[in-house]
Design a protein around this ligand. Structure first.
Ligand code: DOR
Ligand code: ZN
Length: 355
């Protein structure tokens, strides 16, 4: 490692959305080129709720890669009312690595989620018993009186009013709190995080941007919403500590331009073409490049019980800009964040993967 070059094990993405069909064929190969493996989100339509569906989805993903690609897609179930407790243990021996919770109504395809995670008693008990990790979209969207919560307060409410009860009632459940976006969540993790037991993922966009800069930028509209600069500073401070229970989860969530440039824009940030580079830029700004490899390539695989990659990648300090969208084989544009025109405006990325 020097000031302008760093070689690390090939990264692991602990949270990615590939979708299906033409979108999948356009975006999954980008992740497969840059990452060694990823935890693949199950909020497709229909949702992934059985081992057969997970296997079929995995087959579709693998078919999108060029011959010889060794990327490992790690599948997940969606925590819905149709998910059967018997599926949990079977999943563990059939390539399913976790179960994902979405709060009902909060985001893309969340119509199948429970309103309150604590309603899913039987499934949570079975996951705890079997050792199946829970991936949490930790936001309250609709409160106990059925009122919609201010989306800027949803994560805070979850951390204050739901999370402590969940941890108390399922004390052996393995949990990953996904896409930390607030000071209060970062402080909670700093205090209670524990390798193999209570971990968290962080996106590049929650490390890089602040509410004030993105409110009118459709490409940066996502759930959880991007919060204030002071929230961002706390999340940045947390990753700079090099804690073993924090890892990269890009939450790359592509939508066609017709949905991203609609009003309101669909929730979801497409970042897989730039995520590793942006994380590296942030760690450089934080003088924490020595902590980058653990965060990107080691802590994630450790939680899911797989080996870190044996391959490496090298990043070099070099300015570049994203000038093109990704285009599906049906001719649909998919715009990555940090795009020169459609991101914040004339953004420059300061690190690049060396070929
Ligand atoms: O912004 C988001 N997009 N947040 C989510 O939780 C889901 C995701 C998606 O699937 O589009
Ligand atoms: Zn997501």
């Amino acid at each position: 490692m020097s000031n302008d070059s760093i070689t690390i094990k090939k990264p692991f993405d602990a949270h990615v959305h590939f979708r299906r069909g033409a979108m999948l064929r356009a975006v999954a190969p980008i992740s497969a080129q840059k990452f060694s493996a990823a935890i693949v989100m199950p909020n497709t339509d229909p949702p992934i709720e059985t081992i057969e569906q997970a296997a079929e989805y995995k087959k579709e993903i693998l078919a999108a890669f060029p011959a010889g690609n060794t990327f490992n897609p790690l599948m997940t179930f969606y925590l819905t009312k149709n998910l059967k407790p018997e599926e949990i243990e079977k999943g563990l021996s059939n390539g399913v690595y976790a179960v994902k919770y979405y709060p009902y109504g909060a985001t893309t395809n969340s119509q199948w989620g429970f309103r309150d995670i604590l309603e899913a008693k039987e499934l949570l008990s079975e996951m705890e018993r079997a050792g199946m990790p829970l991936l949490l979209h930790g936001e309250v969207h609709v409160d106990e009186s059925e009122n919609e919560v201010d989306p800027y307060q949803g994560e805070k409410q979850f951390i204050e009013s739901v999370f402590p009860r969940l941890l108390e009632q399922y004390s052996d459940l393995k949990i990953s709190l996904e896409h930390l976006s607030t000071k209060i969540a970062a402080e909670f993790l700093e205090k209670n995080g524990e390798t193999g037991k209570l971990v968290a993922t962080v996106t590049p966009h929650h490390l890089l941007y602040a509410r004030e800069d993105v409110e009118d930028k459709p490409l940066l509209r996502c759930k959880p919403l991007i919060k204030s600069a002071s929230d961002r500073e706390k999340v940045r401070g947390l990753v700079a500590e090099g804690l073993p229970f924090l890892s990269a989860g890009t939450d790359s969530a592509p939508h066609p331009e017709s949905k991203k440039f609609a009003s309101p824009a669909a929730f979801g940030v497409f970042n897989s073409p730039v995520a590793i580079e942006l994380y590296t830029q942030v760690f450089d700004e934080l003088n924490a490049l020595d902590k980058l490899e653990e965060f990107l390539s080691i802590n994630g695989p450790r939680f899911f019980g797989i080996e870190p990659s044996k391959e490496t990648i090298t990043l070099v300090k070099n300015d570049w800009q994203v000038t093109e969208p990704v285009v599906t084989d049906e001719g649909v544009n998919v715009w990555p964040i940090a795009h020169k025109e459609h991101g914040l405006g004339n953004e420059t990325i300061h690190w690049q993967i060396a070929i």
